[in-house]
Design a protein around this ligand. Structure first.
Ligand code: GH3
Ligand code: MG
Ligand code: MG
Ligand code: MG
Length: 313
């Protein structure tokens, strides 16, 4: 088997360009029915510090794509029972997956397949037998660009946390997941208390530092599965999967204790402390995302009414 011989030779060379891949902290999905190729490629990519999931067919690929967020897909064309082309159809339908970077890795080397794949949305096409070095360099090039783009599209530039656009996309996926695997999920709406006064007294720059400080404090006190986003000016939302209303309230009370007990920002030798008000609501079957957010927003408003610096449901 020529492909395998080339792979084995390839494996003995030390990779240096590929190791840059690790710096991108990526999770890849490898879809190929060839088990030997999968285990070889997975091992190489793992050595380059990528997280790799494998799928042997289109159905398992779809399952994984629904469960996890990937940075890139490597896709074989000739597979059974469905060909790789079927996966393109699935990706195209899902707005959160439509732009997922994809490299075709195929034994088919004819112009028609290549052109068809690019038309369907492939970003690159590598033919088998392949050199790992080249594939890794192509993955790196693609990820470098898309990571930067993603950053711009889905992150709030001031605080670095997700923006509302990303929150809206991701929350729909969370609710779809709950539809299949029922579990509680709670939402928190946070609004900084008397933030205008900080801006008016110390200037907009200090206001910005406070926003950054609070975003950081929230992020480090949340779980990796929690979804934190800046919703508007001095408003943040958090979705807490697998968390009941009572648990969410307890979590937020702990975080508010931490926020009020030490300064969130410092500037020109001065330190700045804040408090916030938050509303919590647990998702119930049949609720729209809009209704769910409004419920948390209303609870936040109640917290303001009752004197701020508190969590209400
Ligand atoms: P309350 O306790 O009732 O929430 O009072 P507040 O002063 O926090 O509420 P208000 O909505 O009146 O003020 C929010 C302020 O947030 C007004 C706006 O100038 C400021 N703001 C919004 N976005 C930014 C930002 O990106 N940076 C800074 N520094 N300020 C911002
Ligand atoms: Mg195949
Ligand atoms: Mg506000
Ligand atoms: Mg406010």
């Amino acid at each position: 088997d020529i492909a395998l011989t080339e792979m084995q030779l390839d494996e003995q060379q030390d990779s240096s360009s590929a190791s840059m891949l690790g710096s991108l902290k990526s999770r890849l999905l490898l879809v190929d029915d060839d088990e030997v190729l999968r285990s070889y490629l997975t091992r190489r990519l793992q050595l380059d510090d990528c997280v790799v999931d494998e799928a042997a067919d289109v159905d398992s690929a779809i399952k994984l794509l629904r469960q996890h967020t990937y940075d890139l897909v490597i896709l074989d064309l000739m597979m059974h029972p469905q060909s790789g082309y079927e996966l393109f159809e699935f990706l195209k339908e899902d707005p959160t997956l439509k732009w997922l970077p994809l490299i075709v890795l195929s034994g088919r080397n004819d112009l028609q397949d290549k052109v068809r794949c690019f038309h369907l949305g492939a970003d690159d096409y590598v033919t088998k037998p392949f050199q790992y070095e080249e594939l890794a360099a192509r993955i790196y090039g693609l990820l470098k660009r898309t990571k930067n783009f993603e950053q711009l599209a889905f992150r709030d530039p001031l605080t670095g946390v997700f923006n509302r656009r990303y929150f809206d996309l991701q929350i729909e996926m969370e609710l779809q997941r709950i539809d299949r695997y029922p579990a509680p999920i709670s939402l928190v709406f946070i609004d900084i208390d008397c933030f205008k006064k900080i801006n008016d007294t110390y200037g907009h720059h200090v206001g910005d530092l406070v926003l950054q400080g609070l975003a950081h404090l929230l992020q480090v006190n949340l779980r990796s599965t929690d979804l934190l986003a800046r919703f508007g000016g001095e408003e943040f939302v958090i979705a807490l999967p697998s968390t009941s209303l009572e648990q969410a309230i307890a979590t937020m009370r702990d975080i508010l204790d931490k926020v009020r007990s030490k300064p969130v920002a410092q500037y020109g030798g001065q330190v700045f402390s804040i408090t916030f008000s938050a509303g919590v609501s647990e998702w119930r079957t049949g609720m729209t995302v809009g209704e769910w957010v409004s419920k948390a927003d209303e609870a936040m408003y109640q917290a303001k009414q009752q004197g701020r610096n508190r969590i209400m449901a």
